[in-house]
Design a protein around this ligand. Structure first.
Ligand SMILES: CC(C)(COP(=O)(O)OP(=O)(O)OC[C@H]1O[C@@H](n2cnc3c(N)ncnc32)[C@H](O)[C@@H]1OP(=O)(O)O)[C@@H](O)C(=O)NCCC(=O)NCCS
Length: 144
């Protein structure tokens, strides 16, 4: 699986994917602190030529975890890369019986919601006007 831990020298490509998809606006400092945090797992999907096609950031909180960010470059979507990133995270976090993974997503992000639902996440609530533009966040969790 062409997935490895994210490094700071990946950030120009990671920020490029984030900019292209315009779904989040973390800056380089925020990604760097995630890379360096003991409770965070940051992974990238890298082609043999060094080209990064996707990334994901997870937090481990005791037996539970949170998926903070997952993205596949626009031209590489619907080819299973998001699935590989999620599966790599679940494996590396030792997601096991009784564990839960949480996330929140914009109500109108149909692609991501379909992706999460495909992977067994269930919506369990929402936070109205959670995002700065007033959009509601849908809360999802996956139980192992
Ligand atoms: C969500 C995202 C990471 C999925 O990545 P991906 O690499 O395209 O996902 P996969 O190819 O592994 O898709 C797996 C399954 O998810 C579902 N899915 C993914 N994209 C979908 C879409 N556009 N419409 C409907 N279902 C979709 C499908 O069930 C798909 O399986 P299929 O292709 O066999 O039908 C990608 O759409 C993305 O980067 N979106 C923009 C960033 C974002 O919104 N991230 C989430 C918020 S943090």
């Amino acid at each position: 699986m062409p997935i490895r831990t994210m490094r700071t020298d990946d950030l120009p490509q990671v920020l490029g994917i984030q900019r292209e998809l315009a779904f989040q606006d973390w800056n380089e400092k925020q990604f760097t602190s995630e890379i360096n945090a003991s409770y965070a797992l940051c992974v990238v999907y890298e082609e043999a030529n060094g080209h990064i096609l996707g990334y994901a950031v997870f937090h481990l909180m005791g037996p539970d975890s949170e998926l903070l960010s997952i993205a596949t470059a626009a031209t590489a979507q619907r080819k299973g890369i998001g699935t590989e990133l999620l599966q790599a995270g679940l494996e590396r976090l030792d997601f096991a019986a009784g564990d839960k993974m949480f996330l929140e997503v914009r109500e109108g992000n149909a692609k991501a919601r379909a992706f999460y639902e495909r992977h067994g996440f269930k919506a369990y609530g929402n936070r109205e006007r959670y995002y700065s533009d007033g959009e509601t966040a849908i809360l999802y969790r996956k139980d192992q």
